[in-house]
Design a protein around this ligand. Sequence first.
Ligand code: UDP
Ligand code: MG
Length: 333
Amino acid sequence: MSSTPSEQPHVCLIIPVFNEEEVLPLLFEELSAFRSSRDERISILFVDDGSRDATATLIRELALTWHDVQLVSFSRNFGHQIAVTAGLNLCHADAAIVMDADLQDPPEVAGRMIDVWREGNDVVYGHRLGREQVGWFERFTAGVYYRFFRSFTGVDAPVDTGDFRLVSRPVIEAFRSLNEQQPYVRGLISWLGFKQSAVDYVRPGRVAGTTKYPWRRRFDLALDGLASFSGKPLRFAMRLGLLIAAGSMLGLVWVLFIKYVMETAITGWASLIFAAFFFGGLQLFFLGVMGSYLARVYDEVKGRPRYVVSDSWRSEGNVSSSGPSTGIESSIS
Ligand code: UDP
Ligand code: MG
């Protein structure tokens, strides 16, 4: 394994930001302390996911005198998973660490990840021993989901982890070749394999601002994850359909039996209407399941770029963009 160079290694922190002006001053303070505490070259790549507040301006102001800071701005909000994907596509370091801007993924833990990487691992993920400021319901549903995801998809994804992880150069290269339209980053990185290890931490709450992942987005991400790793819901629909059809044939035989043999036909079954509603609902549900797979196929077939970069900036001299760049290019930096 040659992912751990002996010269000063270069680690890039990939930080997606979406309307994060409140957290930036604190984040820069922490990053500054972190960089001076490490021997590695630590560069920072902000991916501005279409922020509508002063995030981009503030990053330029705060990073003006810094070295090795880059800001890439999307033309609109494309979503966190796409922002992380762009960061991985654009980073040229020996390893990259994906982290939240809100200090929920503490730099101190990133430091431990680097140490574990330098011992010869390729993927080092943050394993959450607990989460501060998170209600029991969210913890419980997340816990159930990660376990369900593992057994349902057969992907060896670690439980109780998010996107906070370090990936080495070979993993970044492999990730780049995937090119999925709706990437579920943590699942894809687990799917890639390589030598994986964990560092444990208790995930603190947000230092400022509010979450950019409301329940609706969280739910979509969970469904996206399942749909991109398993066609099982489609097969399950078929099995359930067969089972119900076989059951209804038996029911028919029984109805004919009581009518013609026992001659005690039951009239006015109110329960029939509930059966009709139930199966109507079931059909709509599975039509929805099929539709969501079809939509994924449609997205892939269109082959649109996954993101559009409207601007790119570097500390220590501005690298202005020459026209918009798109996510299908292998590098735009
Ligand atoms: N984020 C993003 N685009 C989005 C939503 C979120 O780039 O559409 C960023 C956000 O600024 C943060 C990270 O992704 O740095 C994780 O989001 P957040 O902290 O709000 O999620 P949570 O930690 O609450 O799950
Ligand atoms: Mg967060």
